[in-house]
Design a protein around this ligand. Structure first.
Ligand SMILES: Nc1ncnc2c1ncn2[C@@H]1O[C@H](COP(=O)(O)OP(=O)(O)OP(=O)(O)O)[C@@H](O)[C@H]1O
Length: 611
């Protein structure tokens, strides 16, 4: 699970969770993400060449400055062919170096960012395609927040890497190698002295920095905890007040705030220490090197120009050593992110959307259904059998009602028909053929569903109805809406079918939403229909409209209804009474209502009493 750090304003930072140690294995694994770069390898190579050139020009800069300083000190710069360059000429050369450096940098950024943008788009696309084809159990085992952060923050992390980190890494390493070579060329004695002084200081500073990061993270975690308290109590403010726990909650928040404060103070102590260490340690080191250098210059073993070059290279080297430490952390996060992304991409998809074998006709479904000794437990709770030995037949065109107490397993029975889960035992046949042998997509195309709670997507009513058949014409949509008794209310909106619904649109009532769902199903025109009746009561007018729309929809289809209303149950050809995952009774309404001690007769009595 990704854990998010928080900055002091409480927004989420650093979504990469626990960092991984860079091992050969994790490195090799993370590198697989590069296959998404392959299509853009030409751009990548151009970027790399420009990066090399820009690094080279950067490294040439201190060298030319040294020559300029020497020229100022009366030691002219002589080219290998014997030509002496004037100060102006050297300065012009310096200008040329900078001009090149600027141009190369532009090109490098342009090419690398292109590669990263294209790559990131492809990775997001691949992830999304994977998400929607993952089987349902995956979504029950993982939180949606965790899944979406793969496509947002993890991909973002990778984007940074391709556009920045990689280039930085390359540059720092070349700076280090070239820089050390150059200072060695300038003065071996001073270089050795410098290398013994500086790197240890930089390494200590890095360790210091790491400690500070750990402490900062602890502060952020404490802060996150205080935020949880605020959120929790504000969301449940009614409960807080009803239990008169205002003082208790205030104290709880206060305690948590104090913990944040302590953590923050501790981290600030280190922060202060770090700054004074940098001032004393780093500048102390500089003083020591300068002292040594000054002695060398005084002894005539080194020119002022060499000293200048040397000092500049030293600064470059120091910066790159420091930068490498930071980059190490970034590479770690990137490897972690890419591993998490690859993990999802490697998940097996549902075998949907298999291309149809050429020459075969589209699947026709009549609608005979058989459940043969079906046993089932949910993958998240494998030890809890939800269905046991479910065995029944439905002839094409029949209406079957599933009734039974809450939690009996009715919804589970119909979910299995959609093949959302794998059976633990037994089999389900449609038109005499095992469900397993169907192409999932083709099969689901023939099953329609009207759920208890209709999910409307943000958009127009038209789009929401057309969800049942994406390419439906306006006439088809209108006809479906009419048949679903939805046209009346749609017409009453000024924008008609274009009325926006969902989060930012009009709010439809429960009955209206159901009729939209029915219109969707009518458009889809499936051979098999699953109706999950809403338990919440509608007013009688709305109830009548929904009921007659459902009757219209059920005509000439095999229908399985999770029934809560007597009127529906009476009309069913057969009723299956489910209790604790078994079929305990089956028959028509008349048969079952007369069996004295039957569960159905009892449920019936209860419902009559309620109404
Ligand atoms: N996704 C799931 N993961 C794990 N267990 C589940 C899941 N969905 C349902 N269950 C469990 O399976 C059992 C049967 O649930 P199901 O939803 O099929 O009952 P139901 O008869 O449709 O109930 P209701 O009438 O209240 O909707 C319940 O014990 C429930 O807790």
């Amino acid at each position: 699970m990704a854990r998010s750090g928080m900055n002091t304003s409480g927004t989420t930072l650093d979504p990469d969770g626990p960092k991984k140690k860079i091992t050969k294995e994790s490195f090799r694994h993370g590198l697989r993400i590069f296959r998404y770069v392959l299509p853009y390898r030409l751009k990548f190579i151009v970027g790399l060449v420009l990066l090399t050139l820009s690094s080279a020009t950067t490294m040439g800069f201190p060298w030319v400055i040294g020559k300029l300083t020497d020229a100022a000190n009366g030691k002219p710069f002589v080219l290998p062919n014997g030509v002496t360059l004037s100060i102006t000429q050297i300065a012009l050369g310096l200008f040329a170096v900078i001009l090149l450096q600027g141009t190369f940098s532009f090109g490098r950024i342009w090419f690398f960012t292109q590669v990263s943008e294209f790559t990131v788009r492809d990775i997001r696309q691949a992830l999304y395609r994977k998400f929607v084809t993952l089987p349902i159990p995956y979504f029950e085992k993982h939180r949606v927040g965790a899944i979406t952060s793969r496509i947002t923050s993890d991909v973002g992390q990778i984007q940074d890497s391709f556009s920045l980190t990689l280039a930085e890494l390359f540059r720092q390493v070349t700076t280090l190698i070239v820089g050390v070579t150059f200072i060695m060329l300038v003065s071996v004695k001073l270089s050795l002295f410098m290398l013994l002084t500086f790197p240890p200081i930089v390494i200590v500073a890095m360790l210091f920095g790491r400690k500070i990061r750990v402490l900062a993270k602890a502060t952020q975690e404490e802060l996150a905890k205080t935020n949880v308290i605020v959120e929790e109590t504000l969301q449940g403010i009614n409960t807080v007040k009803a239990f008169t726990n205002e003082l208790f909650e205030t104290n709880r928040y206060g305690t948590s705030l104090n913990r944040t404060l302590q953590a923050a103070l501790r981290s600030n102590l280190y922060r202060g220490g770090f700054v004074s260490f940098v001032i004393i340690g780093l500048f102390g080191g500089i003083i020591m090197v300068l002292w040594r250098a000054a002695s060398l210059v005084a002894a005539g073993q080194m020119t002022i120009g060499d000293l200048t070059s040397f000092a500049l290279y030293t600064i470059f080297i120091g910066a790159s050593v420091g930068g490498l430490g930071e980059l190490y952390g970034k590479v770690q996060s990137t490897l972690g992110a890419s591993e998490r992304i690859l993990e999802i991409l490697d998940e097996p998809s549902e075998p949907t959307h298999r291309p149809r074998v050429a020459g075969t006709v589209p699947l026709q479904v009549r609608g005979d259904i058989e459940y043969r000794n079906v046993a089932f437990s949910y993958p998240t709770r494998p030890d809890l059998p939800v269905l046991k030995n479910i065995d029944f037949d439905i002839q094409a065109g029949e209406k079957i009602a599933l009734v039974g107490p809450s939690g009996a397993g009715k919804s589970t029975i119909v979910q299995l028909l959609m093949q959302f889960y794998e059976l633990s035992g037994g089999k389900i046949l449609i038109d005499g053929r095992d469900l397993q042998q169907y192409d999932l997509t083709e099969l689901r195309r023939h099953i329609g569903i009207v759920p208890q709670e209709t999910l409307l997507f943000g958009g127009s009513i038209r789009e929401n109805i057309a969800y049942g058949k994406i390419d439906a014409t306006d006439a088809e949509i209108t006809l479906a809406a009419r048949k679903a008794n939805a046209w009346q209310f749609i017409e009453s909106f000024p924008e008609g079918l274009d009325t926006l619904v969902g989060e930012r649109g009009v709010k439809l009532s429960g009955g209206q939403r159901q009729r939209i769902a029915i219109a969707r199903a009518i458009l889809k025109n499936p051979a098999i229909l699953i109706l999950d009746e809403a338990t919440s009561a509608l007013d009688s007018e709305s109830e009548k409209l929904v009921q007659s729309a459902m009757d219209e929809l059920m005509q000439n289809r095999t229908s399985i209804i999770i029934a809560h209303r007597l009127s529906t149950i009476r009309k069913a050809d057969k009723i299956l009474v489910i209790d604790a995952g078994r079929i305990v009774e089956q028959g028509t309404h008349d048969e079952l209502s007369h069996s004295e001690n039957g569960l159905y007769a009892n449920l019936l009595k209860l419902q009559l009493e309620v109404s």
